[in-house]
Design a binder for this molecule. Structure first.
Ligand code: NAI
Length: 294
């Protein structure tokens, strides 16, 4: 029996679906909710397809693939989350929206249910402050793609009960992930330490015009040893996700230049070049390899 037997996922995009996958594989019953009509059902269908492929490749037994699929259900509203003992939120990176959704979730669940946010950069404390019981709220920051990136930041807000973080860390281990504990500072560990590479890479290309983004990626991948260059990573994350994260960190660190956002990211975003999810971002995806989009 997993530490959390019934897990609600609110927001079933790239991250929510990934968290749902590992939670179901760990034996939890998973309930998916998304505000966009049809999104939760589509996420469930993709999960079942993924488990089928894993079984074909021999990475999961057919029995495990089948039972994982049977553990996932979809919810029509947040009210359906009432029996969950953990709800993980992975919606849009917008503080006001997250606070509103947390209030809504708290109104639906039992007093013991743990509430977690997958926010990349927003204050866990400020999100928790929207709730009547902020002690039960923590950050649970997974990385993309969730099943392969086996680290999760477990973030204590100013009023989070440490026992809540202990439970989340234990559940992470059951899902095959290593929990890294940290406090509630903007960007936590990975986005604080790592974002600077993205913002500096954007400066080299957009402000200094010193290199193309493909060459910056190549240099950092081949020479510095990154698995993905900063622009490749922005395409994977989604420019619609990266931009608000950069803006929020810049704001929270009072305009610290290392975190300054760039017009180039904004422009690509406005042009609908969102990254892999749109087929095009800094690169054109699909087919063989990736081509830079000038
Ligand atoms: P996404 O755009 O793929 O998915 C977000 C989902 O939330 C969409 O399906 C959308 O319909 C739904 N949604 C939006 N507002 C909602 C609401 N009010 N109620 C219910 N559902 C709502 O985004 P992604 O990439 O999954 O990111 C989600 C969160 O995870 C963000 O906070 C992001 O900063 C964080 N994150 C993203 C990572 C990435 O690499 N993409 C990595 C780690 C964290």
């Amino acid at each position: 029996m997993p530490s959390f037997a019934r897990v609600g996922i609110v927001g079933t995009g790239a991250m929510g679906a990934g968290i749902a996958q590992i939670a179901a594989q760990a034996g939890a019953a998973v309930l998916l909710f998304d505000a966009r009509e049809g999104a939760a059902d589509a996420a469930k269908a993709r999960l079942v397809e993924t488990w089928g492929k894993l079984a074909e490749k021999g990475k999961l037994t057919p029995e495990a693939a089948r039972t994982a699929g049977e553990r996932v259900a979809t919810a029509a509203s947040t009210a359906d989350l009432r029996d969950c003992d953990l709800v993980v939120e992975a919606i849009v990176e917008d503080l006001d929206v997250k606070r509103r959704v947390f209030r809504e979730i708290e109104a639906a669940v039992s007093p013991d249910c743990v509430l977690a946010t997958n926010t990349s950069s927003l204050s866990v404390t400020t999100i928790a402050a929207a709730c009547e019981k902020p002690a039960r709220v923590a950050g649970y920051h997974f990385f993309n793609p969730v099943p392969l990136m086996r680290v999760v930041e477990v973030i204590a807000g100013a009023r989070t009960d440490p026992a809540v973080c202990d439970r989340l860390a234990a559940f992470a281990a059951e899902m095959g992930h290593r929990a890294v504990r940290c406090g509630d500072s903007p960007g936590f560990i990975v986005n604080h330490a790592g974002r600077g590479f993205g913002t500096e890479a954007l400066q080299i290309v957009a402000a200094e015009g010193a290199a193309t983004f493909a060459d910056v990626d190549r240099a950092l991948r081949d020479q510095v040893g990154f698995r993905l260059g900063p622009f490749e990573l922005m395409d994977l994350t989604g420019l619609d996700v990266s931009q608000p994260v950069m803006e929020s960190m810049h704001r929270q660190f009072h305009g610290e230049p290392r975190f300054r956002p760039s017009w180039l990211l904004r422009q690509r975003l406005d042009a609908g070049l969102l990254g892999r999810k749109a087929g095009e971002g800094f690169y054109r995806h699909g087919g063989a390899g990736q081509e830079p989009v000038p």
